[in-house]
Design a protein around this ligand. Structure first.
Ligand SMILES: Cc1cc2nc3c(=O)[nH]c(=O)nc-3n(C[C@H](O)[C@H](O)[C@H](O)COP(=O)(O)OP(=O)(O)OC[C@H]3O[C@@H](n4cnc5c(N)ncnc54)[C@H](O)[C@@H]3O)c2cc1C
Ligand code: FES
Length: 262
């Protein structure tokens, strides 16, 4: 992990309120693993002062890509940045997904479950799984069709993609856990592992389904963060081990689902 001053190569709105940003950094490209994140200084001003965390969406030859949703001051400032500007970034941070869970039973697919912008780190994971010749099924859920991201990109990788929307405007109407339940119920589509990222309620439901079907499951948690390196104790999550709490930034953001007290 180090602090880099990296040039922005692209910053494009790909759906209303969602941006994909390409950043030049051979250091981040070389050291990032799926599930890790970066802490970005979104503004040169004192407001917002704290860095904001973003999952690494893709690694390209020259650097990395982020996929972010504009939800507040930090992400709004980020969306105003232009190619050629420099961004102050610390990373890569956190632990990342355990790809070994997918490779140990490679005849079965890995299921990736994404809710909203939770799709961001799962695409990097999918690219790595593809490189290891693992079959990928991706379930992407969102509020409505404008919130479904990366479907085409996953399909280009050869992943089977199922879409759900709360309002039925695209794909199946309902929760993303419905097709997960279907996949877990059929012996033929039973996955080797489930990897998930999205809102806490979704992760809790995914982890319950995984537990009841005995499939290993890893979840990437999104907590409000400050330091990003385990110093400020600002991102605790309750766990079942003796330590009782772990820090999402230092010990995660990826956890085995069974370890969390939801
Ligand atoms: C490890 C990690 C990886 C992340 N990866 C991504 C990513 O790849 N793409 C992406 O779009 N977002 C990601 N997030 C969430 C992102 O960090 C927040 O959306 C961002 O910090 C909001 O900053 P802001 O200044 O725009 O909003 P603020 O003004 O700080 O907050 C605006 C609203 O967003 C909510 N919010 C802020 N931070 C979070 C958070 N961490 N989780 C849930 N709600 C939050 C606030 O409660 C508030 O309602 C990630 C978070 C973590 C912890
Ligand atoms: S953000 Fe400081 S301990 Fe996690």
């Amino acid at each position: 992990m180090k602090q880099v001053q990296a040039k922005i190569l692209k910053n494009k709105e790909i759906a209303k309120g969602f941006y994909r940003m390409r950043i030049a950094s051979s250091y981040l490209a070389g050291y990032s693993r799926p599930g890790q994140f970066v802490e970005v200084r979104c503004s040169q001003e004192t407001d917002p002062l704290l860095r904001r965390p973003f999952g690494i969406h893709r690694v390209i030859d020259a650097g990395i890509e982020l996929l972010y949703e504009v939800v507040g001051r930090g992400t709004d400032a980020l969306s105003q940045k232009k190619p050629g500007e420099t961004l102050d970034i610390i990373g890569p941070l956190g632990n990342g997904f355990d790809l070994g869970l997918a490779t140990c039973a490679r005849q079965r697919p890995a299921i990736l479950v994404a809710g909203g912008n939770g799709v961001a780190p799962l695409f990097f994971l999918a690219e790595e799984l593809k490189r290891k010749s693992i079959k990928i099924h991706v379930l992407i859920g969102g509020r409505s069709k404008g919130h479904i991201l990366c479907e085409k990109e996953f399909k280009k990788l050869g992943a089977k993609a199922v879409i759900t929307t709360d309002d039925g405007s695209k794909g199946l109407k309902g929760l993303v856990t419905n097709p997960l339940l279907t996949a877990l119920s059929a012996a033929a589509s039973r996955p080797s592992v489930i990897y998930a990222c999205g809102p806490t309620g979704m992760l809790k439901a995914v982890s319950r389904l995984a537990y009841s079907s005995g499939v290993p499951c890893q979840v990437s948690l999104e907590e409000h963060m400050a330091c990003g390196v385990g110093v400020c104790l600002g991102c605790p999550v309750k766990v079942k081990t003796d330590s009782r709490y772990k820090m999402v930034c230092k010990d995660g953001p990826v956890f085995d689902a069974g370890e969390i007290i939801w």
